[in-house]
Ligand binder design. Sequence first.
Ligand code: AMP
Ligand code: ZN
Length: 498
Amino acid sequence: MSKIEDNKIFIYNSLKGEKQEFKAIQAPNLGIYVCGPTVYSNVHLGNCRTFLSFDNVVRYFKFLGYNVRYVRNITDAGHLVDDAEEGEDKISKKARLEKLEPMEIVQKYTLDFHHVLSQFNALPPSIEPTATGHILEQIAMINTILDKGLAYEVNGSVYFDVNKFNEEGGNYGELSGRNIEDLMAGSRVLDGQSEKKNPQDFALWKKASPQHIMRWDSPWGEGFPGWHLECSAMGTKYLGDQFDIHGGGMDLKFPHHECEIAQGKACNDVSPVNYWMHANMLTLNGQKMSKSTGNTLLPEELFNGGSDLLEKAYSPMVVRFFMLQANYRSILDFSSEALNASEKGFNKLMNAKKELNNLTYKLGTISETEDKRILQLIADCYANMNDDFNTPKTIAVLFDLVNKVNKIVSSKQFDISENTFNNMKETLNGFVEDVFGLKAEEKAEEGKLNGVLEMLIGMRKEAKENKDYALSDQIRNELSALGIQLKDGKDGTSYTVA
Ligand code: AMP
Ligand code: ZN
């Protein structure tokens, strides 16, 4: 049996409000779409939490052998300030303030986003499409919805007709649990100024005012796409009318994802996504970390310790580990104390992994009970991840394995079979590196020392080539006096540091 067949995954599906057994439409292929960042400023730690939550989901599916097509977009147009329907685009506002081209803003913050996520060792998506690169697809989608009579045009803008959609069995509100009648009753009565038939209708296309610089030609005149449409258009294009999983932060459930479902159903007559997953928020002093309130921490501030909120700097791997210690569906509050504890835990885990990889198995007196217990712990790692990606529980089990490893290391007694030993090694390495994306960190000083040694080895080689043996010997002898031994071999010179 393959790992895919062996592991039944249960996912908390926000659309159904319960954990459901995951069945891929076309296993072993799997399609997942995650809403990407709006690239108008640096990603903050809260954004990173959501992206890392889904990085773990993707990593686990890959680890089991799924063929994952992972689409994560870049929102580079259509997202208006305050998530509103009227007003300035977030990107063009920033461009105006910084006196740059909107696309310079997009480039700058897309690069920042990539840099930050690679420091966290997040896997890049298989496709990273942009909203501005898919204007034609968005226009085509609007045309189909208009043809079906589920949208209407007014003065160069096109709105989705929520009432009509519901009359035809659409079920707007199904994801967020909002009842359309309540929504209507709670909304302001239209004051006659709005173009919309109904306050709940949302924009598929907006006419651009003369000062709106991000604009495209369309059958309805110059304008720009509504924010919710890009994800529908790109999800459909790369994953099909209906695909397996859609993810995003909890705050995107309504209206963004609710509207995506409506658009997908209206356009393609099918609910676009089988499993909706929502990651919970990172908070700071109990308040959601958010660009709009300024209550944010940037990853870089953590890595260099340059924030008043921090006692010291923390490495990207420690921060990643800190996030893994909370369930993705729970709120996680940021604090220096919690990070200090994570740092200790991370070091303990990585040390045990290193020790384990240095051990050579030697047959001892095998304890059946111990053997069985370790096999059970290995099975528990999978069982916890299969239970809606429960990373904190999986980590707890990894620490049980760590205790076993430390026992073997200190006692030098191998009381388990070689198979179990190898299985334990494979599991610990696999979960730490492949599933959790944690890698050993070269300490900054170590990295510098290695760099200097490589430079000296290069200089010594050059000296030898120039027959300057006095210099080459001097380099070797002085390093030796410092406890650093150079060894010349077939593949060049290596060194050991005492
Ligand atoms: P944005 O760039 O604002 O479109 O957000 C990108 C992603 O970060 C979305 O999935 C948001 O839901 C998510 N996000 C924003 N703030 C937080 C937070 N404080 N904690 C976790 N995720 C967040
Ligand atoms: Zn989206």
